[in-house]
Design a protein around this ligand. Structure first.
Ligand code: HEM
Length: 439
């Protein structure tokens, strides 16, 4: 039987409203429903865009750079264009020139070399929490720890990474609000910092084997693109980890049995991190643009039409992940995941399980010094149902000013990291405490 002709977007076709109000769980519920009813959905918002909700469709697009470009817009909605930033804004083969250099700094060996310094920072931060007796782990840890790590990784002073983190927060927040002027202002500041870092590396004659910026400079790549690349790394290196760590802590605070298990069997922590990445995908999604007419799920997507890839939905797709809405430690199929296809997320968890030698005095295993994370029983409990819905699973802990939820899913595709910032800050600030007492 001949398959029916693929159907282009009909005038006014609108399967979901990205501007609709959300609760903590509503977008997951909506995505689940759309995966079954309308996995290739169209929305009229933002001038019209497609959204893919199934794992196989998302992965199919990510694996086909010839048909789907990332250079037109990598988020929905398209926002102020503040310059091309490799590698995210490029397609292969141009993209590969940058990834080849960057990937050298994310090998297992490099991560292992970084690990003692990271453990040192973690131990110090945790010691501070423990000494305080009680702390809001959002700002005090999730938001702070990645700045320490990035300072080590990128060879920057901590004060500078803390400032970058703050500017990034404001920048991402402006993206969420689609505030073009603020986006450009934040981006200019970040470009200025990137230019200073590059100038310093040139002046110091830093060894390209030792430093990522120096390696980019030594690779014979165009100056403006190296600038864009460093500028991009400054933001990406801290936003997702802050979001992700905050989410894990929030979930752990709700699941004391899991805390106890991971404390007793720390070699299971990497598997838990993997599962957290699946369940609480820190970016709601990115986008691509069709380079030619293409058929997905019986729908005709026209050349030039933007396509939001909803990672959050793909990573819970029951076709791939049984009980996809649940946290399941040691899933048999941890590997098929959309985000790894292109992004090959550089840092996913501890480089290796903790060994006994790490255990001296608990200094290298700071989690061992926690009595536990718990929700603050005196904090207000919002009327939002389950606390680990999308507003908690996309916390960008970098926002400074709590504000009411933005009712804009598509913006969150973009920046889940950013937008969610204040959300989780508000939430963790009132309900999750950490480092309650040392043992
Ligand atoms: C929890 C940790 C992280 C997660 C979940 C994460 C996730 C992602 C995702 C989903 C993308 C977009 C892929 C796309 O749609 O094209 C991305 C891109 C990127 N991220 Fe991360 N990221 C994390 C941490 C980091 C860190 C620590 C760095 C750098 C120090 C980093 C650097 C990058 C870069 C350079 C890109 C662009 C990659 C490319 O276009 O090839 N990320 N990340």
């Amino acid at each position: 039987m001949t398959p029916p002709d693929p159907i282009p977007a009909r005038p006014g076709e609108h399967h979901f409203d990205p501007l609709a109000e959300e609760s903590f769980t509503s977008s997951h519920e909506l995505y689940k429903e759309l995966r079954g009813r309308c996995p290739v959905a169209h929305s009229e918002t933002y001038g019209g865009f497609w959204a893919l909700f199934r794992h196989r469709d998302v992965v199919g697009v990510l694996q086909d750079a010839e048909t789907f470009t990332t250079s037109v817009q990598n988020v929905v909605p398209k926002f102020a264009f503040t310059g091309r930033r490799p590698p995210l804004h490029l397609d292969p083969p141009e993209h590969t020139d940058y990834r080849r250099v960057i990937n050298r700094f994310f090998t297992k060996g490099r991560m292992a070399a970084l690990e003692p310094a990271v453990r040192g920072h973690v131990a110090r931060l945790v010691a501070g929490l423990v000494a305080a007796g009680e702390a809001d782990v959002g700002p005090a840890y999730a938001q702070t720890m990645p700045a320490h790590v990035f300072a080590e990784f990128f060879h920057l002073p901590l004060e500078l990474t803390a400032r970058i983190e703050q500017i990034s927060a404001e920048y991402v927040r402006a993206i969420q609000l689609v505030d073009d002027d603020e986006v450009k202002r934040g981006s200019r500041l970040l470009y200025g910092i990137a230019a200073d870092v590059i100038a310093a590396r040139r002046a110091e004659g830093t060894d390209p084997d030792e430093d990522l910026t120096a390696a980019l400079l030594a690779a014979g790549l165009p100056d403006d693109m190296v600038l864009g690349c460093v500028r991009q790394l400054l933001v990406t290196g801290m936003v997702a980890p802050s979001v992700f760590i905050g989410t894990m802590l929030a979930h752990l605070a709700e699941h004391e049995d899991l805390q106890a298990l991971l404390r007793a069997e720390p070699d299971r922590i990497p598997a838990a991190v993997e599962e957290y990445l699946r369940l609480f995908t820190p970016y709601r999604g990115m986008s691509r643009t069709a380079r030619r007419d293409v058929v997905i799920g019986g729908r005709l997507i026209r050349e030039g039409e933007p396509i939001a890839l909803v990672y959050t939905s793909a990573n819970r797709d029951e076709e791939i992940f049984e009980n996809g809405e649940e946290f399941v430690l040691d899933r048999p199929n941890r590997v098929p995941r959309s985000r790894s296809v292109r992004a090959s997320t550089p840092v996913r968890g501890p480089a290796r399980p903790h060994d006994a030698a790490d255990d001296a005095g608990g200094a290298a295993r700071p989690h061992a010094r926690f009595r536990g994370l718990r929700r603050d029983p005196h904090g207000p409990v919002g009327g939002v149902g389950h606390p680990l819905g999308p507003d908690a699973v996309h916390p960008g802990l970098n926002a400074r000013v709590p504000r009411p939820p933005l009712s804009c899913i598509a913006r969150r595709y973009v920046v889940s990291a950013a937008r969610a910032a204040e959300k989780v800050k508000a939430w963790t600030g009132s309900r999750v405490v950490g480092g309650v007492r040392s043992r």
